[in-house]
Design a protein around this ligand. Structure first.
Ligand SMILES: [Zn+2]
Length: 277
């Protein structure tokens, strides 16, 4: 009986020792990263794309209490290109459209909490606020070029490209190709538009970015080909879901998913909706 047991033990040991594939990735090389998408922060009203400053603060306190650490989109690029690691529970916070109220309400909260966010700005909005003189109303102003420079140079914010003037429904839907347009004409329009915003960043703020947020989440294989050809490396969609990133695999940055933070939900409802625990 003892001999039989010993044989069974040897047999099981053989199965166990041969069971682990030698090419398996280490746990820290595959990381789940949720990305959150905010827009306006206002006290005066709330909506699908407008959240109160108190709710924003609640979100950040909730994340801190649950052990999350914010990272920039650029840190996801570093990880996916194999240059850096991510913290144990990473999360990315993004703000779209470059509202001045991000500067007015969100900036002090992020500084107080030591949190980071990536702000994706629209060139025409920032140009208008800079040149019109209407630059300091949280209800409708957008970030001026000098505020964008301040944000990019701070340790709590970085800036992404959300097109110069393609954040529209007409004559095309976001960066979508017009039905009548051939590939070359489309490539020229898209290239000129996003390059114009990069030139503004470079000339007025002293930096360039390789982060791109698709207006209204509209994208295609063609747009990816054109934008990656221009040097963009991380692409933010509006598709909901958690991102499964692998160290050294830059293809994972192609269609990054994000959860829209609706102002109509409480902090608890939102994180339950996003399955973030
Ligand atoms: Zn937008």
């Amino acid at each position: 009986m003892r001999k039989v047991l010993a044989l069974i033990f040897v047999f099981i040991s053989l199965i166990v020792s041969s069971g682990a594939p030698t090419t398996s990735l280490k746990a820290e090389e595959v990381v789940d990263v949720p990305i959150l998408m905010y827009h306006s922060i206002l006290k005066s009203r709330k909506g699908e794309y407008i959240l109160s400053p108190d709710s924003l603060k609640n979100d950040l306190v909730w994340l801190k209490d649950h052990g999350y650490q914010t990272v920039f989109v650029s840190e996801l690029i570093d990880f996916c290109e194999g240059r850096a690691d991510l913290p144990e529970k990473p999360i990315v916070i993004t703000f779209d459209d470059g509202h001045y109220n991000n500067y007015y309400y969100a900036k002090p909260i992020f500084e107080e909490m030591g949190f980071k966010a990536t702000i994706n700005v629209v060139g025409t909005y920032s140009e208008f606020s800079t040149t019109s003189g209407d630059f300091d109303n949280p209800n409708y102003s957008h970030l001026t070029w000098s505020e964008i420079k301040v944000l990019q140079e701070s340790e709590y914010f970085e800036i992404g490209n959300h097109t110069y003037n393609m954040h529209n429904f007409k004559p095309r839907y976001g960066i979508g190709k017009k039905p009548s347009e051939d590939y070359e004409a489309y490539k020229k329009s898209l290239t000129e538009d996003v390059s114009k915003l990069e030139d503004c960043f470079k000339d007025k703020c002293g930096f360039t970015t390789n982060i791109f947020a698709y207006p209204f989440g509209k994208y295609s294989e063609e747009s990816y080909e054109i934008l990656s050809g221009l040097g963009f490396k991380a692409f933010l969609t509006c598709n909901e879901g958690v991102n499964h990133l692998t160290k050294g695999d830059a293809s994972k940055l192609k269609h990054l998913k994000r959860f829209n933070r609706s102002g109509l939900m409480t902090t608890e409802e939102f994180f339950k909706h996003a399955k973030i625990y």
